[in-house]
Design a protein around this ligand. Structure first.
Ligand SMILES: NC(=O)c1ccc[n+]([C@@H]2O[C@H](COP(=O)([O-])OP(=O)(O)OC[C@H]3O[C@@H](n4cnc5c(N)ncnc54)[C@H](OP(=O)(O)O)[C@@H]3O)[C@@H](O)[C@H]2O)c1
Length: 182
């Protein structure tokens, strides 16, 4: 049985990946950087207490839709039991951008939500090969202050949406994650 955990090069995702490994799953460990994914795989193997699974890096940048398509292609024809849509980023206080991805969407919104939505759509056939299968989305209480008026506005990044704070952008992406789960 296989599972993919986005954002498992560190943080919450790496913990999920380690637990899945312990349960004997073939875990695809994902993040933007291949080396960080490989390091996480080594750490999961190194800290295991007898897990019988497998770990394998599957790097992708969720803010880059070509990268998401490429990663999904690598899983073509492979059954997937669990898909954890967990990766997430925040805009740091003094960060100076960039705020937009190559497709004209806010970078954070694309990373946290749009890339996940695309990945999920592309992997439905894989999930169907392993029914009953499950999709798990990591949300946040921050969604309470998410702004519905921003959802799906193309061409508007944080830079141009002057009425948005960095935290509201994050909160809006988390609101979108929850709506997606429903
Ligand atoms: N930590 C909290 O207090 C908290 C609270 C509520 C909800 N959450 C949610 O929990 C989830 C995990 O958070 P965390 O605290 O574990 O964060 P974290 O430690 O910063 O880890 C974030 C993970 O997401 C990956 N990532 C970031 N941007 C990406 C992108 N564009 N494409 C692919 N991967 C990307 C990172 O990988 P690379 O950097 O290697 O690319 C990393 O593996 C997020 O969805 C977050 O919103 C966290």
């Amino acid at each position: 049985m296989a599972c993919l955990v986005t954002g498992s090069s560190t943080g919450v995702g790496r913990e999920i990946a380690a637990r899945m490994f312990e349960q004997g799953l073939h875990v695809f460990v994902s993040g933007r950087d291949r080396l960080r994914c490989e390091k996480a795989c080594e750490e999961i193997l190194g800290s295991s207490t007898g897990g019988k699974g497998k770990v394998e890096p599957l790097p992708m940048d969720l803010s880059n839709f070509d990268s998401v398509r490429e990663a999904a292609k690598q899983l073509e024809g492979k059954p997937l039991k669990y898909l954890f849509l967990n990766a997430g980023m925040v805009y740091k206080v003094k960060e100076a951008g960039p705020w937009m991805n190559a497709d004209g969407y806010d970078l954070l919104f694309a990373s946290n939500f749009l890339g996940h939505f695309l990945l999920c759509e592309l992997l439905i056939p894989n999930l169907k090969l392993s029914t009953p299968s499950r999709i798990v989305v990591t949300a946040s209480n921050a969604h309470w202050i998410g702004r519905e008026d921003f959802l799906f506005r193309k061409g508007v990044s944080l830079e141009k949406a002057n009425d948005f704070t960095r935290f509201q952008m994050y909160a809006t992406s988390k609101l979108a994650n929850i709506l997606h789960a429903y």
